[in-house]
Write a protein that binds this ligand. Structure first.
Ligand code: FAD
Length: 441
């Protein structure tokens, strides 16, 4: 865990940490759930590569069905996005929107993909309830504000279109009534999605890992898979100098997909996304900012999303960064500026944590699930992955067992790459700067 590299910054606490705020509560549990590489077996039925929500959701389903499952992580349980995200949950209607989906995939497919987005959320909620996972899930809704006056009408049209396609509880909120939703005048009205909510991402990944382990899955950290080859019906995985044989392999590495998994890496755009958490303040101040404990955000291209912490003492805000690598001093300053722009009430409140992770985008803006050369995969949730990873992790596990209930709306979509793309999106900083410029116009 890195401590404050620049204690002189007035907007940072003296004990500022370049690490996920969620690990304060969940870090010890995640360490306990991560087995040591010395325990690696030589053979297993199924290897799952990646101990995030996707891999663990799949491991839970496979282990419950009696499969011998080994989950390998290069670092530890939840080391990727699954302990670093904002914990905002919603149906994550498609990045392209209904119209964009219709254009690229036709009306029928667009409707089934949108409907499945809602299924992802309901599946997540049911799983947390049924498994009794203590992760502060609250369906307190989400307010999405119009960053520009003309965005209000765009939002209204979007909601109307979605309501024709799926059962969506949403209401437009004019600017005159906005203060009931958010303690800010930064928006020109907005929309409330009533069935969205938030959870504690660290506690959720710890709970999911605990349930998978209790069902029989072995979870081992510090075990990066560096090569995979096939020998007849068996997969042989290299983990450092060790060899592990398996009948089936699931690739659940998402935005952290390594060069050893080149076919997948060439199909994923790892976009760095960063978050900050304020120091603890009086809960009354946080209630002033989000009176209904809602998740919050706007319509800007650079996408800011924020929420009260689960204990209601902090505001936690995320957004894109302009760099491919982790530069905490740069994004913490930028995000702090955005936070104070939205909530001038927080001008004197300091930032205690700043961290980032790599979100997996795809070239067609849809997640992908399936099989390539015998390797199963589910990935590319395009920034909205808490529900999707849980749902598609479960569905890919069912597919691996030949269960027809593993069918999804995404099954027949080609997982495309672009010529000359090798997995490093060197072009992204320029695109993000363009988006930032357009946001300011
Ligand atoms: C800052 C941030 C904010 C976000 N906010 C939200 C949000 O509010 N709501 C939402 O829905 N989504 C959000 N997301 C996205 C969401 O967190 C992800 O979509 C989701 O966690 C993906 O889970 P996963 O299991 O597929 O991948 P990950 O959790 O990233 O897991 C992949 C794992 O693979 C491991 N791995 C990689 N290579 C190897 C290897 N060679 N061998 C073994 N293991 C390997 C990694 O160590 C990692 O643990 C956010 C993401 C970020 C980064």
């Amino acid at each position: 865990m890195a401590s404050n590299p620049n204690v002189n910054s007035p907007h940072l606490t003296a004990d500022f940490r370049n690490d996920s705020y969620w690990l304060d509560a969940a870090g010890a549990a995640l360490d306990d759930l991560t087995g040591a590489p010395e325990t690696l077996p030589k053979r297993t039925e199924v290897v799952v590569i990646g101990a995030g929500y996707t891999g663990l959701s799949a491991a839970l389903e496979l282990s419950r069905a009696g499969r011998d499952v080994l989950v390998l992580d290069a670092v530890a349980v939840g080391a990727g996005c699954s302990s670093r995200n904002g914990g905002l949950v919603g149906p994550s209607f498609h990045k392209l929107g209904l119209d964009g989906l219709k254009k690229s995939h036709g009306t029928k497919k667009a409707h089934s993909v949108i409907a499945e987005s809602r299924d992802c959320l309901e599946f997540l909620v049911d799983l947390i309830e049924n498994e009794n996972i203590d992760c502060d899930l609250r369906r307190s809704g989400r307010f999405r504000g119009a960053d520009k006056p003309e965005h209000y009408e765009d939002l209204a049209r979007e909601v109307e279109g979605l309501q024709k396609a799926v059962d969506l509880e949403a209401d437009m909120v004019p600017r005159t009534e906005q203060r009931a939703e958010i303690g800010s005048d930064a928006y020109h009205g907005g929309v409330v999605y009533h069935r969205d909510g938030h959870l504690h991402p660290g506690q959720y990944v710890a709970g999911l890992a605990a349930r998978a382990a209790a069902a029989g899955a072995r979870i081992v950290g510090q075990s990066a898979v560096t090569a995979i080859r096939r020998e007849a019906a068996t997969f042989v995985l290299a983990v450092g100098t060790r060899r592990i044989e398996a009948d089936q392999v699931l690739v659940a590495t998402n935005g952290y997909t390594p060069p050893a998994l080149g076919w997948f890496r060439r199909r994923i755009l790892p976009i760095r996304s960063a978050m900050i958490a304020t120091e603890a303040v009086e809960p009354s101040l946080i209630r002033e900012l989000s009176p209904k404990d809602r998740c919050l955000g706007g319509t800007s291209r650079l996408m800011l999303y924020y929420r009260p912490s689960s204990d209601g003492t902090r505001m936690i805000l995320g957004g894109r960064t302009f760099h491919l690598d982790d530069r905490p001093m740069s994004y913490t300053k930028d995000l702090h500026g955005q936070l104070v722009r939205i909530f001038p009430q927080l001008a004197e409140v300091r930032i205690s944590h700043g961290w980032s992770g790599t979100v997996a985008y795809t070239f067609d803006h849809v997640p992908h699930i399936g099989q390539h050369k015998g390797l199963y995969y589910a990935m590319g949730y395009c920034g909205s992955g808490v529900g999707r990873s849980t749902f598609y992790g479960n569905r890919i596990a069912k597919k691996m067992m030949g269960d027809p209930q593993g069918a999804t709306a995404l099954d027949d979509l080609d997982f495309k790459t672009k010529p000359f793309y090798t997995g490093t999106p060197w072009f992204l900083p320029a695109i993000l700067r363009w988006h930032a410029f357009m946001d300011k116009r």
